[in-house]
Structures are given as structure tokens and as C-alpha cells.
Design a protein around this ligand. Structure first.
Ligand SMILES: [Zn+2]
Length: 94
């Protein structure tokens, strides 16, 4: 029952769909309705909202690296690990 109500609010957006569509969501390459459904899911799902926060933070880190003219290697190991870690958590916590 609770699951049915959740589906009504999120329009069938599952954790898996969030994982797949996160790039489009952040790039704004998504229809208004679909964005709303993603937002609903983030509001209802702690795992995905944590994932979104980690993802945004990672993107910011990458941008910061690009902004630094003296940075030889843009991607360092800690950054890669944090991305993998975030993906891991997203897949694990349904
Ligand atoms: Zn979720």
C-alpha cells in the first residue's frame, strides 16, 4: 500500500531510474514533469538525496580542478574513490 502511494507521488521514478537519469537531471536536459518526479523522489528517498548531494559535490570538485591552471592531473585517486563509493551506496540501498 505504502509503495503504491509512493509510486503515485514519484510517477514511477525508482532509485534505479534516478541513477540512470542523474546526469540529465543536473544538466537540465529533462522535461519539466520528469524533473518534478525526480524532485519528488529525492524528497521521499534518503538514499537518493544523499547520492545527489555527493554527486553534486563531486562535480564541483572536478570543476574546481579544471579551474586550477597549475593542476597537472585533473582526476586524483580520492576523487575517483568518492565517485565509486557514491555509486556503490546508490546500488546497495534500494
Ligand atoms: Zn531512491
Amino acid at each position: 500500500m505504502m509503495k503504491t502511494i509512493m509510486m503515485m507521488f514519484t510517477g514511477g521514478v525508482t532509485c534505479e531510474k534516478v541513477d540512470e537519469g542523474l546526469d540529465d537531471f543536473l544538466d537540465g536536459e529533462m522535461s519539466f514533469l520528469k524533473r518534478m518526479r525526480f524532485r519528488m523522489h529525492f524528497a521521499a528517498c534518503k538514499a537518493c538525496s544523499a547520492y545527489l548531494a555527493a554527486y553534486r559535490q563531486t562535480i564541483q570538485l572536478v570543476k574546481d580542478s579544471f579551474d586550477r591552471p597549475d593542476a597537472d592531473s585533473v582526476v586524483d585517486e580520492a576523487l575517483v574513490n568518492s565517485i565509486l563509493d557514491a555509486q556503490d551506496r546508490s546500488n546497495g540501498g534500494g
